[in-house]
Write a protein that binds this ligand. Structure first.
Ligand code: PLP
Length: 392
């Protein structure tokens, strides 16, 4: 079939012209067979790289047997994954869905059902929780809301990384605080070390639920399976998606027994949630996240930061990182969208986020030499840009 010149897809994305048709490990290949180093992982999704043998085998053997069955029936693989997620997170129960925004919708519903009349959820300015109406309303960013009013009521936004603001915001109608442990879409904004612990204490002292959105930070990205584990706390509700099945659609809500007890058959559900193929892959992904792998993610993250900082690139304001979740904040002299295109021209895939931040979310299996190559290209691009600026 001839592909038309115009796109028949709704214009929700400003897409790069390059089309990837194949992946292998930390590399992507375009239609001409050109090889690109993947430093984005489909925005924190394909942590174990492309065409990972163990994951491909898990998916293929499940497809061979059964690729859909209703959630009306028992599933041992779902039960196994639920058990592993509870054991690794310290939570008690799991609900499976298909995406991040759906996980957050479920978390909001669970919190309100538990609240039994109390419905207000405190959220942070600059937060991102998804695009469906509940998650969107929880994402306190005017630019995301434009044209979509009326929003779902019952969210109160406060500045991020400010525990006093939460203390001043909650009242008798409040049931939960919902927070990203690191704000990803807003440009890898890392709060103070005590922020999450302080929220936990505040929630404990005031009978509020602590909801942590680990959709971007989860599954090893920050050097722990879940980013809240850098603090010695367990939230009441944790939402997951992205890296959970290395690219197959799956989302999950983890919650404590007290929250789960509020939910009964008919309260919530999903036709596709916990699809057998996604579950088969997720069961392998969680097994792959061993202590050694997590330690390695921490060392690699430190190496990226060290090597970038060593270059002393004048236009870099700061490198913000936790594990392999890395944001490079540039001065206004640099337009990060143009910079991302220049990286693509040099066959490296990177992302952008927030206020002039280059976002790096490389596969968790990246090697030292891949990092060195990235930094070499970064340095080279700035040398060239400096020369061209000087010449003009
Ligand atoms: N929450 C966070 C922290 C995210 O980063 C994202 C996606 O970027 C979402 C929720 C929404 O996830 P999805 O795109 O799977 O709906």
């Amino acid at each position: 079939m001839e592909i038309a010149n115009k796109s028949y897809q709704v214009n929700t994305y400003k897409r790069f012209a390059v089309e990837f048709v194949k992946g292998d490990g930390v590399y992507l290949f375009d239609k001409k067979g050109e090889k690109y180093l993947d430093f984005l992982s489909g925005i924190a999704v394909t942590g174990f790289g492309h065409k990972n043998n163990k994951l491909v085998n898990a998916a293929v053997s499940q497809i061979d047997n059964l690729w859909h069955v209703s959630n009306l029936f028992t599933s041992t693989p779902q039960e196994k994954l639920a058990q592993k997620l509870c054991e690794r997170s310290g939570l008690d129960k799991v609900f499976f869905c298909n995406s991040g925004t759906e996980a957050n919708e479920a978390a909001i519903k669970f919190a309100r059902k538990f609240g039994n009349g109390k419905s207000t959820i405190i959220v942070a300015d600059g937060g991102f929780h998804g695009r469906t109406m509940g998650s969107l309303s929880a994402s306190a960013q005017n630019k995301l809301w434009e044209g979509f009013h009326p929003l779902t009521p019952g969210f109160k936004n406060v500045p991020y990384n400010n525990i006093e603001a939460i203390k001043n915001a909650f009242d008798d109608s409040t049931i939960a605080v919902m927070i990203e442990p690191i704000q990803g879409e807003s440009g890898i904004v890392i709060p103070s070390k005590s922020y999450l612990t302080d929220i936990r204490t505040l929630c404990d002292n005031n009978n509020l639920l602590m909801i942590v959105d680990e959709i971007q930070t989860g599954f090893g990205r920050t050097g722990e399976i879940f980013a809240y584990q850098h603090n010695d706390i367990i939230p009441d509700i944790v939402t997951l998606a992205k890296g959970i099945a290395n690219g197959l659609p799956l989302g999950a809500v983890l919650c404590s027994d007290k929250v789960a007890d509020a939910i009964t058959p008919g309260s919530h559900g999903s036709t596709f949630g916990g699809n057998p193929v996604s579950i088969a892959v997720a069961n392998k992904v969680i097994d792959l996240l061993t202590e050694d792998v997590l330690d390695n993610i921490n060392s690699l993250g430190l190496l990226v930061k060290k090597l970038i900082e060593k270059e002393n690139i004048e236009e870099i304001v700061e490198v913000r990182s936790k594990g392999l979740m890395i944001g490079i904040k540039f001065t206004s002299k640099v337009d990060v969208k143009t910079l991302a295109q220049k990286f693509l021209d040099e066959k490296i895939v990177v992302g952008t986020a927030g206020n002039n931040v280059l976002r790096l979310l490389p596969p968790l299996i990246i090697k030292n030499e891949n990092i060195q190559h990235f930094v070499y290209i970064l340095k080279d691009l700035f040398n060239k840009m400096y020369i061209s600026t000087k010449a003009s």
